[in-house]
Write a protein that binds this ligand. Structure first.
Ligand code: 3NM
Length: 212
C-alpha cells in the first residue's frame, strides 16, 4: 500500500459485536466522518463465524472499495486471502510473522507489538506497520495487557525506527492528539466510534484532533 503512513491516521476497527447499530450503517457513517482505513475484526461475544462472517466481510469490503478505504482483516489470514483484502493485522499469538508474510505475499501486514524485542522481530520478518497498545485502559479486548501509555512508541522513535505506528486502546477524540505527539502516525479506535451515538461525528472529531 502506498502512503501507508497517511492511511493509518484514523484507523477504525470493528466487527458485529462492537456495534449497537447495523455494522454496514456504522461503517458508512464512520467513512462519512473521515476514517482513513478500516479493519474487520469479528471477535468477542456473539461473533459471527463461517459463511455469516464471510458474508459480512464481503459486504463491508464493498463499502470500503466504493469509498477508496483500505480493508484489512484481523487475524483470519485465510479470509483475507480468499476475499483479496488489502492487508492483514496479526497479534503475537497468531503465529510467526515470517510465516504470515510468506502466505500473504505483498499484502500490507500489521503486527501488534508490546516490547522492543517483539518490535525488532516483527520488523525483521516483514511487518509494514506496528499496532502498539493498550495505550489507555480498554474494556473492548478481554485479554488486553495492562495499559502502558505511549512509552514504547517514544522509545522506538528515539531509537530511530521510522516504521509506521498506530496506537490502540482506549483512544478517544480527547486523548488522540497525545498519541500522535508521542510519535504515532495514527490512532486505532473501536468503541469511541462504534458505540458513539453518531459514529460520523465521532470519526470527524478524532480526525480533527489528529490533524487533518
Ligand atoms: N488491541 P477500544 S487494545 C483490539 O492493546 C485491541 O493490542 C489492543 O478498543 C492492544 O478502542 C484493543 O474500544 C481494543 O479501546 C481497542
Amino acid at each position: 500500500m502506498n502512503n501507508l503512513r497517511e492511511l493509518i491516521r484514523v484507523y477504525f476497527i470493528m466487527g458485529s459485536p462492537n456495534c449497537y447499530k447495523e455494522p454496514k450503517a456504522v461503517l458508512k457513517e464512520a467513512i462519512a466522518g473521515g476514517i482513513t482505513l478500516f479493519q474487520f475484526r469479528e471477535k468477542g461475544d456473539g461473533a459471527l463465524s463461517g459463511a455469516e462472517k464471510l458474508t459480512l466481510a464481503k459486504e463491508l469490503q464493498v463499502i470500503c472499495k466504493e469509498n477508496h478505504i483500505p480493508f484489512i482483516v484481523n487475524d483470519d489470514i485465510e479470509l483475507a486471502v480468499a476475499i483479496g483484502a488489502d492487508g492483514v493485522h496479526i497479534g503475537q499469538e497468531d503465529g510467526p510473522v515470517k510465516t504470515v508474510r510468506e502466505r500473504i505475499g505483498d499484502m500490507t501486514l500489521g503486527v501488534s507489538v508490546h516490547s522492543m524485542e517483539e518490535a525488532i522481530i516483527a520488523l525483521q520478518n516483514g511487518a509494514d506497520y506496528f499496532g502498539i497498545g493498550p495505550i489507555f485502559p480498554t474494556k473492548t479486548k478481554e485479554d488486553a495487557k495492562p495499559s502502558k501509555g505511549t512509552s514504547l512508541i517514544e522509545t522506538l522513535r528515539k531509537n530511530g525506527y521510522t516504521i509506521p505506528i498506530v496506537g490502540i486502546g482506549g483512544i478517544t477524540s480527547e486523548n488522540a492528539a497525545s498519541v500522535m505527539e508521542a510519535g504515532a502516525d495514527g490512532v486505532s479506535v473501536i468503541t469511541a466510534i462504534s458505540h458513539a451515538e453518531s459514529p460520523r461525528e465521532a470519526a470527524k472529531a478524532i480526525r480533527k484532533n489528529v490533524g487533518e
